[in-house]
Design a binder for this molecule. Structure first.
Ligand code: PGA
Length: 234
């Protein structure tokens, strides 16, 4: 079964030429749908079949200094846009802003990838997690036609732990349960897992029937690793 695998390059690399070089090393053929999200500044310089953005504003034009227009992203050919990533929530992004971004993206026909997650330790149990996610998902999706929205479940403690000695991910079993919860309670069709995914653990998540794909940060900057992830057979 075809899954959706999104590479989130975050604030890397720093120049157009390095960005193009990195993109050229990522396989363009895969048994899955693969999306690359470069830094906004470089989206138009990257050649890749499916491109995504890491964030946007909720207005398309006007007096909004420094913001990124969803409509301008659409015109660049962007197909997906992350919204509500935990690194943005940590910088003060509110539930209301997230909601407005989702509505705006849907109106220009870019698929929002709503990131939800919670927790500071691996110890949180499923019930604590679903309580927090219920709040995040309700304010982001209530009253909307949610089926086009992709949701990425990323336990906050698992993000960017990939290269450290203490590398932590959710168990595939926990991620699968949360994916089922999101699908059934919020009429979402595709739920991804993210948080320290690499070429060694990708298959254990992709093999779960309710996990529709992956959101990959650090490992998407390593072409060798990322190419293995996007060619994981199931
Ligand atoms: P990571 O990042 O794979 O480096 O943990 C995931 C993310 O932040 O989306």
């Amino acid at each position: 079964m075809r899954k959706l695998i999104i590479g989130n390059w975050k604030l890397n690399p720093l120049t157009i030429s390095e960005t193009q070089k990195l993109a050229s090393k990522i396989n363009t053929f895969s048994i899955h749908d693969v999306v690359i999200c470069p830094p906004t500044l470089f989206i138009s310089s990257v050649q890749y079949p499916i491109l995504g953005a890491q964030d946007c504003f909720w207005e398309n034009k006007g007096a909004h200094t420094g913001e990124v227009s969803p409509l301008a992203l659409k015109k660049l050919g962007v197909k997906y846009c992350l919204v509500g990533h935990s690194e943005r929530r940590n910088n003060g992004e509110t539930e209301l802003e997230i909601r407005k971004k989702i509505e705006s993206l849907l109106s220009v026909k870019i698929i929002p990838v709503l990131c939800v997650g919670f927790g500071t330790t691996v110890e949180e149990d499923d019930l604590e997690v679903t309580d927090v996610l219920r709040g995040q998902l309700t304010s982001a999706l209530k009253g909307l036609e949610a089926s086009p929205v992709v949701v990425a479940y990323e336990p906050v403690w698992a993000i960017s732990s990939g290269n450290s000695y203490n590398h932590k991910t959710a168990t595939p079993d926990h991620a699968e349960k949360i994916a089922m919860f999101i699908e059934t309670k919020f009429s979402v069709k595709r739920v991804l897992y993210g948080g320290s995914v690499n070429s060694t653990n990708a298959k254990s998540f992709l093999g779960q029937s309710h996990i529709a794909g992956l959101l990959v940060g650090g490992a998407s900057l390593l072409p060798g690793d990322f190419n293995k992830i996007i060619n994981t057979s199931l």
